[in-house]
Design a protein. Structure first.
Lengths: 312, 620
């Protein structure tokens, strides 16, 4: 935030967004330009502390002269670009992307999903009734698929993975945004416990040979949960409360404090319901931690409330 | 990097397979014996090991070839040796069709189920296997063999095709095409004397007008001397006489356009790479010919492999690229053996390596074997595959000429494009451009397959018609009517029987809203059920999508489902609504996918609906 860094002067680039001229710094993206003129753009795989993966394609825009639509989250602004964010072509692709996702993935805990689906009048049900969970999904051979009669819309549904006390992984809710992989790997944590495995519709987030997390390299920093946009990765405490029907987000308070475990001084946001901590996040905009924590800051709250003992 | 591995020790066999490729480990840090005195105090070799990540796919192949699948202990050992986290190694291994990540018998028969082979009886072959051997993946009683369906094996001129991969101390991979069920069973039963395919001989053999195919069937593909006796390496001498800038000038003057599908001007690409200040630069030959119906590059590599090595040497000389890769699909074992022999002989004679022909330039060339992924024919996916990552395409820009493999300037050309350069240098750029049309110079290789009397690769100058080409191949069998032609492959489009007067040039097909793509001309007569063909094309794209972006990952599935409903006569609401849905899905895939695979995944299907009128009372 207040780093005394010598900034080399940056050139400004002027682009036109839906007819409005706007200047952004060279190197900034079309999304930056679009946001600057006050237009909202749906994003799913875009996370401001991570390099854009541009995999979800829900933020595509039309750039005059380009053959195909461009992902605004990662396409750099170039002088003179004329961008359309609400053309029929853009709306059709965004709508279809949302329909493809909503018909194959459980978006029930994706907070932005209802708003996006409504804004684009998406009708995911048009592909037909959804196929039931596939217990064999983690073991599909690359490049193979069974013939289909098309009567059920294929889904990524499979069983939840609950193999430790801290997280729950429900890949039925995974839109494959790659954010957890990037946060676990080279962009933040350097732990590399998970990767994308398989191919095509069978692509999935996995440890090596699908081993349970405790056997993997996972260090339970929870940074993957922090960046997950869909609730596929969740605090086990949150998951359990949701299962019991006791998760009441509107009643929760969020208290910002500083982690006391070591001298780094990471900011913690304690989400409290019924006087007990149910989840810990960290502000993504914080200049030191960028939303990241370690296992102690993220999960070390249990001693403060001994929740298992208290419940019994 | 601190890598946590599963607690499983590799067997001597697994360790041996890896070490044979990588050499023995240097210390306890990269997989060797841990020395309590030295290894506990200094960590060495991590950086060096990580530099070798590009060996990940070769080393996975080494294990696959030795034991038939990537076992957990072998994966952990690879992880340790290359300092690549095990989850990532698994992510890469599970990306490829030809690498198994679950226990598998050492012998796997891959049976082509793609469109050309479908026309030649692969459905019957598969039905026979299911009935007499067992369902896909069933293991023989001795535990040694199994079979799987496979996408196009690139043997469309002589299908139905099968490919036997046998792991072991002396692994071998062999193609059988055409394969009767007898051949398939004999191969599964390890009978002696089952004969593999030979290099194809062009039907135009002896035609004096041939340029790209002139040596095929004439030259001994295993002999550098014979290649030189038939004019080989004259073009390299001409190139050296011209100098690097002169070569690029001639290639630009020839107006040669890339033959891989995109038709980008080769000279422009080469000039851009030559002008890049960054070093080192790379040259890649895209020999991952996986487009269903395409087999021209296979015919070249099997029949005239030295021509590829020579043309890459010329390209390297022109652009100053000191390292080259031939990314060759794993389904082409015969081509790999022929090209590897050509590379070895060229090294022996000073035609590769340092100081080539005493002219002071260096070019090192090696083959990288693909492992069963159509997407790895996409140029940026090749880069990721070579670097040891999942073969997922990258966003462009930046373009390969600026940031290609290893983020360095890279020229990437198709096999056919490269061998055209020999002709450019023998005739001069303007001399080469005399043949063909204004916008499409030179000759083009076309892969004729499906319902034609004489399938195979044909070389014709640009500017002829589709009808002439099909007539050269003998047309459809007697008594049959031509129903449709698939131009450009699964990513291309269908044309009707009344459109055969289309001129075969880049500009004319663009005008006619179709494509030459990779040169596929697949002919369907009235005996073919087009619904089955479309369903297979849809399934092909579903199976081959890398899965990175939503439009392609899910769109290909929804397209397949809609086609299945139409083909079975059970549309959700109405046929019209399903056709509208297919068009909507296609629009999103074309507009919003990251790469050409998704952008073209609906092309053939939509052309069949709009142009042929399939599902609209037209072709069946």
């Amino acid at each position: 935030m207040s780093d005394p860094v010598m900034m080399t002067p940056k050139r400004m680039v002027e682009v036109e967004v839906d007819g409005q001229a706007v200047k952004v710094f060279e190197g900034q993206t079309l999304l930056d330009a679009i946001t600057k003129v006050g237009i909202e753009t749906p994003t799913l795989c875009f996370g401001d502390t991570l390099a854009p993966k541009n995999a979800c394609r829900v933020c595509v825009v039309e750039v005059e002269g380009a053959r195909v639509l461009q992902p605004s989250c990662s396409r750099k602004a170039e002088p003179g670009m004329k961008v359309h964010t609400n053309s029929e072509r853009v709306r059709a692709s965004r709508r279809m992307v949302l329909e493809l996702l909503a018909s194959s993935v459980d978006l029930s805990t994706t907070s932005v999903a209802p708003e996006y689906l409504a804004a684009y009048e998406a009708r995911p049900e048009k592909f037909g009734p959804q196929a039931p969970p596939d217990t064999h999904r983690d073991h599909h051979r690359a490049g193979h698929s069974a013939e289909t009669d098309g009567q059920l819309a294929a889904t990524v549904y499979q069983g939840k993975k609950i193999d430790n006390e801290l997280y729950m992984r429900d890949y039925s809710k995974c839109i494959l945004c790659y954010k957890c992989v990037d946060a676990c790997g080279e962009q933040w944590q350097n732990t590399y416990a998970i990767s994308v495995a398989g191919r095509g519709f069978d692509a999935r987030i996995s440890t090596e040979f699908v081993v349970p997390l405790p056997e993997s390299a996972c260090v339970y920093c929870g940074n993957c949960i922090q960046v997950c946009p869909t609730g596929a990765l969740m605090f086990k405490s949150e998951h359990d409360l949701r299962e019991e029907g006791e998760w009441r987000e509107e009643e929760q308070t969020v208290t910002t404090t500083i982690c006391t475990y070591c001298g780094v001084g990471c900011n913690l946001e304690l989400h409290v319901q019924d006087n007990s901590i149910v989840k810990v996040t960290s502000p993504p905009e914080h200049s030191i931690t960028h939303g990241n924590l370690c296992i102690k800051g993220r999960f070390g709250f249990q001693h403060a409330q001994a929740r298992d003992g208290a419940k019994k | 990097m601190d890598i946590k591995l599963l607690d499983v020790a590799p067997t001597e066999v697994e360790k041996g397979a890896v070490d044979l490729l990588l050499g023995p480990p240097l210390s306890g840090w990269d997989g060797g014996e841990r020395d309590a005195l030295t290894d506990t105090r200094v960590a060495e070799g991590g950086h060096e090991s990580r530099e070798d990540r590009h060996l990940l796919l070769p080393v996975l192949w080494a294990v696959q070839d030795r034991i038939g699948y990537i076992s957990a202990p072998a994966l952990a050992y690879i992880s340790k040796r290359l300092m690549v986290p095990p989850a990532e190694v698994y992510g890469v291994a599970s990306f490829y069709m030809m690498l198994a990540t679950e226990p598998s018998p050492p012998r796997v028969l891959h049976v082509c189920e793609d469109i050309a082979c479908k026309c030649l009886g692969s459905d019957d072959l598969i039905a026979t296997l299911q009935e007499r051997f067992g369902p896909e993946g069933a293991v023989s009683t001795d535990g040694r063999s199994t079979w799987h369906r496979s996408p196009c094996l690139g043997q469309c001129d002589r299908g139905p095709a099968v490919l036997m991969m046998e792991a072991g101390l002396e692994p071998f991979t062999r193609t059988y095409a055409p394969a009767s069920s007898g051949t398939a069973f004999a191969s599964l039963a390890e009978e002696e004397g089952v004969v593999g395919t030979e290099p194809a001989v062009p039907n135009q053999l002896g035609d004096p007008s041939l340029r790209l195919l002139r040596r095929i069937g004439v030259v001994d593909p295993w002999s550098l001397d014979d290649y030189r006796a038939k004019g080989g390496y004259d073009a390299l001498r001409n190139a050296i006489a011209l100098g690097p800038a002169g070569v690029i000038r001639e290639v630009k003057d020839s107006r040669l356009m890339g033959r891989g599908g995109a038709a980008f001007p080769t000279g422009v690409k080469w000039e851009a790479v030559a002008q890049q200040p960054a070093r080192p630069k790379f040259l890649i030959c895209n020999a991952d010919e996986s487009e269903p119906g395409t087999f021209k590059d296979r015919v070249i590599m099997e029949g005239d492999p030295f021509s590829l090595v020579e043309s890459m040497t010329i390209a390297a000389y022109a652009m100053g690229t000191e390292t080259g890769f031939i990314y060759l699909r794993g389904e082409y074992p015969e081509a790999e053996r022929a090209v590897q022999n050509a590379i070895d002989q060229a090294y022996d004679r000073g035609l590769l390596g340092d100081d080539i022909l005493g002219e002071g330039f260096t070019f090192d060339l090696e083959i990288r074997r693909g492992a069963g992924a159509y997407i790895c024919g996409e140029e940026t996916a090749i880069f990721n595959s070579i670097e040891g990552f999942r073969g997922e395409p990258r966003s462009k820009p930046p373009f390969p000429v600026e940031k290609g493999v290893f983020q360095k300037p890279t020229a990437i050309n198709n096999v056919e494009t490269l061998i055209n350069v020999l002709d450019v240098l023998m005739k001069s750029g303007p001399g080469y451009a005399e043949m063909g049309t204004q916008g499409s110079t030179g000759t083009k290789l076309f892969c004729l397959s499906g319902c034609v009397t004489r399938p195979g690769v044909y070389e014709v100058p640009f500017g002829g018609t589709l009808r002439e080409l099909i007539d050269m191949a003998g047309g459809v069998p007697d008594g049959r009517e031509l129903q449709a032609v698939l131009l450009g492959g699964a990513a291309g489009s269908f044309v009707r029987a009344d459109e055969l007067d289309i001129e075969l040039s880049f500009e004319a097909v663009r005008e006619a809203k179709t494509t030459l793509g990779s040169g596929v001309v697949m002919v369907f007569d009235d005996s073919v059920n087009m619904h089955r063909i479309l369903q297979r094309i849809a399934q092909f794209f579903r199976n081959e999508s890398c899965g990175q972006c939503v439009p392609c990952r899910v769109g290909t599935v929804r397209q397949q489902e809609a086609l299945a409903r139409l083909a079975s006569g059970k549309p959700r609401e109405s046929v019209e609504q399903e056709l509208e849905l297919i068009a909507e899905i296609g629009g999103c895939m074309r507009d919003a996918s990251i790469c050409g695979l998704g952008q073209a995944a609906s092309s053939a299907v939509e052309s069949a609906i709009d142009r042929l009128g399939v599902f609209k009372g037209g072709a069946q």
